[in-house]
Design a protein around this ligand. Structure first.
Ligand code: IPM
Ligand code: MG
Length: 349
């Protein structure tokens, strides 16, 4: 029987609750399908950092490299500054494993109410550049505490980095019904990196004559998402722009609690990482009411990547059956808890 080795990193906050639910659902599914999932759990978290001084122990990434995929919960704790936790755990994995393509689908699942009148028109995939741009880490701080203090945060756009994400976006857009790819930019104000970003997009576009393209400034695309959701399909944006747009997309499709992500290394030189986008949500941690749907949808994306499309589709159907019956946690206006939603998806499987 085919066996996949999955590293699970629940991390912080509700990450622990939703990853436990995700593992349970995936194991139920594996039993019904013809493959096996071998999970190994990693305690990499803010608690570990506070105890030992490191999120990732020595040799950790080397070990992680040997897995077929990574199933990640969330990182972030009230006891650790956010930039420390992010750069201590999630970014070393994304950047170290060259997971440069971040894929964020959004759609209004059956039974879910969008805040938009015509929310059912939402069927988008946001492709986020995940290795450079505004998250490059380039910059510095000098004259600390003095009136002359300076901090710089440099966005880095490289030809290699930009070209590969645009190619990835065109390849993905090509597989979708509408074959429409929107370039998100801010090259009017940011005249170096973003201009390169646009130029390379149009160079790559020549190789994909079957894909329709358009170009929007990032501020303008927010209004288009709200007012004309039907006019968008696949969207490619820089690291920060896509970060912001994907939260908007999640809210417009009903809740941050349903939105999934894949951090992909498309060449498969390294394992890819799959995570819900909601974060650690300390306000509801430990209450057992976290919405596990984002994690289940993320698990379906992981199965797609592992080339188990039938199992992925089966899981997606079970999720949709559950949302259709409105077995909802409070973020979706329901009264159910994580356990009840997990049980419902298992039953639907
Ligand atoms: C996301 C998150 C992260 C990001 C946070 C946790 C740093 O918001 O994955 O969208 O900004 O990348
Ligand atoms: Mg975000």
């Amino acid at each position: 029987m085919k066996t996949y080795r999955i590293a699970s990193i629940p991390g912080d906050g509700i990450g622990k609750e939703v990853i436990a639910a995700g593992v349970e659902v995936l194991q139920t599914l594996a039993k019904l399908e013809s493959f096996q999932l071998d999970f190994e759990h990693f305690d990499w978290s803010s608690a570990r950092y506070l105890k030992t001084g490191a999120y990732i122990p020595e040799g950790g990434l080397e070990k992680l490299k040997t897995f077929d995929a990574i199933f990640f919960g969330a990182v972030g704790s009230p006891d650790v500054p956010d930039h420390i936790s992010l750069w201590g755990l999630r970014l070393p994995i994304c950047q170290g494993f060259d997971q440069y393509a971040n894929v964020r689908p959004s759609r209004v699942l059956p039974g879910v109410t969008s805040p938009l009148k015509n929310g059912e028109a939402i069927d988008w995939v946001i492709i986020r550049e995940n290795s450079e741009g505004e998250y490059s880490g380039s910059g510095g701080r000098v004259h600390r505490g003095l009136p002359e203090e300076i901090a710089t945060e440099t966005s880095v756009f490289t030809r290699v980095g930009v070209e590969r994400i645009h190619r990835f976006a065109f390849e993905l857009a090509r597989t979708r019904k509408r074959k429409l790819l929107t370039l998100v930019t801010k090259s009017n104000a940011q005249r170096h990196g973003m201009v390169l970003w646009d130029e390379i997009f149009y160079e790559v576009a020549k190789m994909y004559p079957d894909v329709k393209t358009d170009r929007m400034l990032v501020d303008a695309v927010t209004t288009r998402m709200v007012l004309k959701p039907e006019s968008l399909d696949t969207i490619v944006a820089s690291n920060l722009h896509a970060d912001i747009l994907s939260d908007l997309a999640a809210a417009l499709s009903g809740s941050l609690g349903i939105a999934p992500t894949a951090n992909l290394n498309p060449e498969r030189k390294f394992p890819s990482m799959f995570e819900p986008i909601h974060g650690s949500a300390f306000d509801i941690t430990g209450k057992g009411v976290a919405n596990p749907i984002a994690t289940f949808w993320t698990a379906a994306m992981m199965l797609e990547h592992l080339r188990e499309p039938k199992a992925a589709a089966r899981l997606m159907k079970a999720i949709e059956r559950t949302t259709e019956e409105q077995v909802f946690t409070p973020d979706l206006g329901g009264v159910h808890d994580t356990r009840a939603v997990t049980n419902a998806v298992k039953r639907a499987l």
